[in-house]
Design a binder for this molecule. Sequence first.
Ligand SMILES: [Zn+2]
Length: 322
Amino acid sequence: MKWIARLLLGLGLLLVVLLTGLYCYRPGMAEYQRHRVAARPIPAGALTATWLGVTALLLRDGEHALLVDPFFSRPQGLLPLALNRRIAPDEARIRTWLTRLGVSKLDAVLVSHSHYDHAMDAGLVARLTGARLLGSASTANLGRGAGLPETQLQVIDPGQSYRFGDFELHFIESRHAGATGGAPTGEIGKPLKAPARYLDYKLGGVYSILVAHPQGRVLLHGSAGTLPGALRGERADIVFLGVALIDDLDAYLAEVVDTVGAKRVVPSHWDDFSRPLEEPLRPFPLAVRLDRFFAGMRDRRPDLRVETYGLAEPVELFPSSG
Ligand SMILES: [Zn+2]
């Protein structure tokens, strides 16, 4: 029987080595740096985007400001997630980041779906900035749990558009990436007060968000699932494209980027959000192959411009000099 014990020990060790290797292998940062848009002075009134990790994005035009999928808290480590521990927004960290970004007031916080890495901070950010919280009925229950009054909650209707100054927003129904369709699926049926468990942040409705502005049109497609035909008839110049859990890159690009006719693509949802935002970015282990995304774009869509943005660096989206 001794040999069985040895064999099992050997297999166990092999598995540990293999998993550690997979966890540590995160290629793509060199390509990320190579595609990075250089920082340049931003003229007053220019439409800017400031990427804040995962699919979090601050959009400003000097008059109005929107924050999409804010997620500053980023609870640390993958083990608490695996164990479904309790998590809560980190108010001190959120305040620090808002100050750093020069945000005291926001018109709206937009949420693409109610998983914790898109929605956990949304209610508190809306409360701290006086913003209206726009999202699914599940997202509204996160807002209620964070103490937002009903006057600041907007359950979106995909047939409607929402206007904040020159920003016009459309929420387009979409699907979450992954074979499970985005576990935990389902709705957040009543106000969810933090701390709550990872799995309490249920999916709710999933949306692509189209931002139409006189300076240009931007599609935010955070999760790499699609509803065939959902984007037909829509136009966008730039797509912020979630690259976690891409199943078939060709089909994904055809359904999203080609359909809206975008010439520029900014990958999002690739960084490891179990690491604090203050630490250097790294691709998410296993679920993301950032190097493959860049290689795939080079091979399949050489005419499209792939851009990456530095964390918390405002980028003028449509500079007049091209
Ligand atoms: Zn998700």
